[in-house]
Ligand binder design. Structure first.
Ligand code: COA
Length: 131
């Protein structure tokens, strides 16, 4: 496994005691939610506006996240369709804030660019800047 994260560092946060599961590790749903937020930031930038998550594929929980870890989410636009975008996500931790860096989770999220009524709209050309 590569020891270099793929994508842009898009979100950093601290795993807190309120987010643990019954094993005492961080709840997978919390990690997924941070990845969804990071993917939404990247997809919204690429689509220059509103986006919605339509699918999450190949979600892999590789290592547990512990209380006190710094969670770093890396994101990369790997595919642009007509109205949809595939966003590659990797979550890495710094153990106990300053310790070793480890990849904990990866997935592909699919986002759709939507208009004010929530209907799919074309993803604009990257060279077009919208108001
Ligand atoms: C996003 C949404 C507007 C798309 O509507 P839709 O009727 O499925 O739209 P379409 O069938 O035209 O598909 C739009 C694009 O999404 C893609 N898509 C739709 N469902 C998909 C799926 N399950 N997996 C991957 N791509 C999918 C289509 O291939 C299409 O891509 P393209 O334009 O690049 O070719 C609608 O599904 C929706 O509102 N979903 C809920 C979103 C939401 O609330 N997310 C938060 C979860 S709590």
């Amino acid at each position: 496994m590569s020891d270099t994260p793929r994508g842009a560092l898009t979100l950093r946060t601290l795993a807190m005691p309120a987010d643990v599961n019954v094993n005492g590790d961080i709840f997978g749903g919390w990690v997924l939610s941070q990845m969804d937020i990071a993917a939404g930031i990247i997809a919204g930038e690429r689509a220059q506006g509103r986006v919605a998550t339509v699918a999450i594929d190949a979600m892999k929980f590789i290592r547990p996240v512990k209380v006190g870890d710094v969670l770093c989410i890396y994101a990369d636009v790997e595919r642009v369709g007509r109205t949809s975008m595939g966003i590659w996500l990797e979550a890495w931790v710094l153990r106990g804030r300053i310790g070793a860096r480890e990849k904990v989770t990866e997935a592909t999220f699919t986002f759709v660019a939507i208009d004010d009524e929530g209907r799919p709209r074309p993803v604009p050309d990257p060279t077009t800047r919208m108001a």
